[in-house]
Ligand binder design. Structure first.
Ligand SMILES: [Zn+2]
Length: 72
């Protein structure tokens, strides 16, 4: 998947839920993934922008921002 952030066209990182394997910590440190923690709900985002930090869900119509800060 090579989706780009709809807001800033930054790189989207997959958000990984659950208890991460040690190798996943390395990937998170390297900025390749985001760790979402152990609790995942139906409206949890799947992608996080590496540049602006906005999180997105995959939905039928495309990527939808989750918990977006609309102040800008
Ligand atoms: Zn962005």
């Amino acid at each position: 998947m090579d989706e780009k952030c709809p807001r800033c066209e930054g790189r989207l990182l997959p958000i990984v839920y659950g208890y991460p394997a040690p190798s996943l910590f390395d990937r998170a440190s390297a900025g390749e993934v985001r760790l979402g923690g152990c609790v995942v709900s139906s409206d949890s985002p799947q992608w996080s922008c590496a540049d602006c930090g906005t999180e997105f869900r995959d939905e039928a119509g495309g990527l939808t921002a989750v918990g977006a800060d609309e102040s800008d």
